[in-house]
Structure formats: C-alpha cells, structure tokens
Ligand binder design. Structure first.
Ligand code: AVI
Length: 319
C-alpha cells in the first residue's frame, strides 16, 4: 500500500516536472509552441468528449458509422481468437462494436490514466461477461510490456480517432514502429485516420459555433495559471484554427489580441499583438499518404473503408 502511494506520488511529481519543463521551453521558443498532450487535464478531457458530439466535429461519428458497416468484414479478415489491444482511451461505443463482432479472446485497453481504465474495464465486463479484460496502465508512446496472459495469443491493435494525426510524421512513424514491435509478428492493426478535405468542412470542426473548441484550447492557459502559478491574462488571448496546406494540417493556436506580458514560475514572457502560441497540429492524410505512412511504420495495408463523402478512413493493416 505504502509502495503504491509512493509510486503514485512519484508519477504525479514526474508529470508536474514534465509539464513545467514543456511550458517553460515552449514559451521560450520563437514561435511559441506547447505540445498538445497538455490540453488534456480533467477539464480538457471533458471538453474534448463534448467536442466529439458537436455537429461540426465529423471525425467521431463518421468513424463510428464506417466501423459499424465494415466490422463484419474486419472480423472475417482478422479471424476469431485475437486479443484486441486498444491504444489510448477506449471510446466505448467503437470498442463495443469491435468486441461484439470480432470474437476476441481478450481485451487489453491501454491508457495513461488508471482511473479511466478501471471505469472502462468495469463497463465492458458487464457487457462482455465471458471476455478476459486486462487493463494496462502505460504511456503507449514509450516502450511497455503487454500482460503475460496474452503472451502466445494473436493480436489485433486498435487505434481509432485519428489520434495519429496529432503527431508529426516522424513521430507517427516511430509510434507505428513501436506498436509493431509491441504487438509482434503476425499481428494486425485497425487504425482510424482523418482525410484531407475542403476547408469549409475542416475549419468549423476546429472552430465550432458553441465555442467548445475555443474553451478546450484556452483551458491550457487556465491550467498553466493554476498548476504553475502563472499570471496569464486569459482575456488577452483568442482561439485560432487554421489550415496549413503545405503540411496538410489543421493548426490550433492561442493568439494574443494585444501586447501582453505575464509570469510563469517567476519568468517573464511577452507576446506582441497577433503573435501566437501553437498548441496543436491535426494532420490529415490522403488515401495513399496514409498507406505510405503505415508502410513506413512497418504495417502493410490489407483493406480500407471510408464514408460516402470520403471524410475519414479506417484501415486494417498487417505486419
Ligand atoms: C484527439 N484528436 C484526434 C483531436 C483532433 O481532431 O485532432 C483533438 C482535437 N482538437 C481539437 N478538436 C479535436
């Protein structure tokens, strides 16, 4: 018990130190940029969940409807008896679809938040009473071990939501390679990847009329003030979403609406009016770009599915 408490305390201390480091580093860059992972504190995660329900935010419901119509084909291609390994917070609707159809031998949800994992596992064990579930608390961007119980079981990795799009291309390739190494020879990967499309569809998805995406982005400044004792005047910033065509990505920024100076951990930072803090990239991929990305990451596409407007891709790949 004491050891667990000490481990939890040191994990929290590590996270706080990493947050402080990334913020101080990111605010010192020119142009300023902060890694997107810090958008997801408790409030940020709740706001993101709310974003996925917005009429403008097409990825979640489009991916879900693609999966609903493709899942029986996926089940045939993957075959029964695989352990399904889900990377990141299991959005239960999509996971349930997959578990219901693919006759898995086990389910391994992987998430950095133990609390979240326990909730997911409890919900799913009611819905799938005979299915062994092995919640695994890990940062899947770093090397980690799968549970011993599935040591000799064929695996199907599941990485929905186009989370891969929040990484730069080299980081995405590294992650896909790490997944290939973790899942092992003979494994398959089912991945959701958002597509390049018209700005008329993309921009509202990242700058909605209800202002939820703006609140999600601005929450980062609240977090810096609260956790690092910052003095950032929140009213001096606005949410900005823009399409970077050369990089095929939506960028989120926090733009200074006037010249502004503030302190974080005793250091003074300043921005001129119009200057921004870059807070997120969401890369979009054409069909062939996505195949090339997967191949560079050690995965050969076997089949892919899209919706009738070609907004989103679900791809099944093998090693
Ligand atoms: C989590 N990720 C795939 C979302 C996206 O679409 O890039 C994060 C997000 N940012 C703003 N809205 C949603």
């Amino acid at each position: 018990m004491l050891q667990l408490q000490n481990e939890m305390r040191s994990a929290v201390a590590d996270l706080t130190a990493a947050f402080r480091y990334d913020i101080m580093e990111g605010l010192s860059l020119a142009p300023k940029a902060i890694p997107a992972r810090w958008l997801y504190d408790r409030r940020g995660s709740a706001l993101f969940e709310a974003i996925t329900l917005l009429p403008e935010y097409y990825p979640t419901r489009t991916e879900r409807s693609i999966l609903a119509s493709a899942v029986s084909e996926i089940a045939v291609l993957a075959g029964p008896g695989r352990a399904v390994i889900e990377f990141g917070s299991g959005s239960s609707a999509k996971t349930r679809l997959l578990l219901a159809e693919t006759e898995p031998s086990a389910y391994v949800p992987i998430d950095i938040s133990g609390e979240f994992l326990r909730e997911v596992a409890a919900g799913l064990s009611h819905a799938f009473p005979g299915l062994p579930i092995y919640p695994t608390e890990a940062d899947f961007t770093c090397p980690f071990a799968l549970p011993d119980e599935i040591a000799s079981t064929a695996r199907l990795g599941f990485f929905p939501g186009s989370t891969i799009g929040n990484l730069t291309v080299p980081a995405a390739v590294d992650l896909l390679r790490a997944m290939a190494a973790t899942l092992g020879a003979g494994s398959m990967l089912l991945i959701g990847i958002d597509r390049i499309k018209d700005q008329e569809v993309l921009l509202p998805a990242y700058d909605d009329t209800q202002g939820l995406t703006a609140a999600f982005n601005l929450n980062l400044l609240h977090r810096i003030n609260r956790e690092l004792g910052g003095s950032i005047p929140l009213g001096a910033f606005r949410h900005l979403a823009r399409w970077n065509d050369a990089e095929a990505r939506i960028e989120m920024h926090l733009e200074a609406t006037r010249d502004v100076r503030f302190e974080v951990v005793g250091r003074v930072f300043s921005l001129s009016k119009g200057e921004t803090i870059h807070t997120e990239n969401s890369l979009k991929y054409g069909r062939r770009d996505a195949f090339v990305l997967l191949q560079a990451g050690g995965w050969n596409p076997v089949a892919d599915w899209t919706d009738d407007r070609g907004l989103f891709s679900v791809i099944l790949a093998e090693q």
